[in-house]
Design a binder for this molecule. Structure first.
Ligand code: ATP
Ligand code: MG
Length: 392
């Protein structure tokens, strides 16, 4: 619409931070910088809880930069704005042209002004009155309403230019990635684990993914699907690593030697041991899963207790209290739904017991798996690990 357009990113929860607020802001700016780098050369700086993203030349792709910024955690809202000369006529002319569509839809409006340049001859109230008066004349169908207007026109007077803002849209919220440490997320090909990964990343946590494969029971396409999900998540998380761990031997040993009702639980305990080992090596502080209370037999309270019995690491389960419909809605919003519903098998779905135990006791499961050489199985699985780096 206007090749001078800039982006204004409103900080979210970061503003509640006390002494380390500065560190949060710096991290957020560097995350924004990294994400818009591919869209051209931008100047990026922060003033009064707002990050300014300004194109430095005509080659900048502001549309793509806008879309990218909407996926950066730590930003509550995003608006576009255009610069103009610092006088009321220029501001009014700019608002008339830039916001003509918004004015066409609105029935009431107000002007809100901010004067960063204290030498400007009008104060913020005078600016709002002058600009508002002229806009009311220019758009006679729109009345001024300072309490609940359909449209708020923001005007900002800064050193070199005045800016007229378009209405803001919501950002991704949360905290800047990198401020919350690292966690290892167990990523399957299902609907749940991409959403749980996204929710923990939104709390500022850098993720590494772990995925278990059981060839020949699981296919290359099933793995490719998981890598595709990880790639889709990088739009929010930035680059990440997917650790791929062979799980066939463990599953076959369980099937051969353990009671059927405990197959899934013992398998999940191995997943936790392996993920915890990966986490330790990565310097991560927690595991993340897509488990939700009661969703399947292995996700009852007692089953969850049995699963996490093998590690002292915190197991984060952000979906624990969510319904499947809510999870599906989120999967659609974050863009992983279409990939998740592709019909490839997961290692969890091979060798599933006909009658899984839903009220397991930890001692019984420990006893049932004690026939296995657990350490050797874990060691061999870890020795077979490969990894893939995925980038936005
Ligand atoms: P999802 O929809 O994410 O597959 P689910 O409801 O099917 O989850 P399970 O298959 O019991 O539930 O798995 C529970 C959690 O265990 C998953 O959300 C995921 O975090 C982890 N998980 C399951 N299978 C794998 C796998 N093959 N690799 C890595 N993690 C897995
Ligand atoms: Mg699954």
């Amino acid at each position: 619409m206007n090749n001078n357009e800039i982006l204004l990113l409103k900080l979210g929860e970061v503003v509640l931070k006390g002494l380390n607020r500065r560190a949060f802001e710096d991290k957020l700016m560097s995350n924004v910088r990294r994400r818009v780098r591919a869209c051209g050369s931008f100047q990026i700086y922060i003033r009064q809880s707002t990050i300014y993203v300004e194109p430095q030349n005509e080659n900048c792709d502001i549309e793509t930069a806008f879309a990218a910024c909407r996926q950066v955690f730590g930003i509550a809202a995003i608006a576009r704005a255009v610069p103009c000369d610092k006088d009321v006529d220029a501001i009014v002319a700019t608002a008339k042209q830039y916001l003509s569509e918004e004015f066409a839809k609105a029935r009431t409006f107000k002007v809100e002004s901010k004067r960063a340049d204290k030498l400007f001859h009008l104060n913020s109230i005078q600016i709002s009155q002058a600009v508002g008066g002229e806009l009311a004349e220019a758009f006679p169908h729109v009345a001024v309403d300072v309490h609940k207007p359909d449209l708020t026109v923001y005007v900002e007077i800064r050193e070199k230019h005045a800016y007229v803002h378009a209405p803001s849209v919501p950002g991704a919220g949360g905290l800047p990635i990198g401020m919350g440490g690292t966690a290892v997320s167990l990523l399957s090909g299902g609907l749940d684990s991409p959403v749980s990964s996204w929710m923990i990343a939104r709390r500022g946590v850098q993720l590494e993914m772990v995925h278990f494969v059981s060839p020949p029971y699981t296919s290359d396409q099933a793995l490719e699907k998981v890598l595709q999900l990880a790639r889709e998540l990088t739009a929010y998380t930035g680059r990440t690593i997917v650790h791929i761990i062979p799980f066939t031997e463990i599953q076959e040993e369980i099937r051969k030697n353990c009671p059927e009702e405990y197959f899934t639980l013992i398998m999940r305990r191995f997943m936790m041991r392996l993920a915890a080992a990966v986490a330790k090596k990565a310097g991560a502080g927690a595991l993340v899963t897509g488990e939700s209370l009661g969703q399947v037999a292995s996700q009852t309270m007692m089953a969850l207790g049995v699963t996490e019995d093998v590690t002292l690491m915190p197991v984060l389960r952000p979906l624990i209290g969510m319904d499947k419909v809510e999870i599906i809605r989120m999967a659609r919003e974050i863009g992983t739904y279409d990939t998740s519903i592709l019909p490839y098998e997961d290692c969890c779905t091979v060798f599933t017991p006909r009658h899984p135990c839903t009220r397991p006791k930890v001692e019984d499961v420990r006893e049932a798996e004690s026939v296995l050489d657990i350490d050797a199985l874990v060691e061999r699985a870890l020795a077979g690990e490969t990894w893939v780096r995925v980038k936005p």
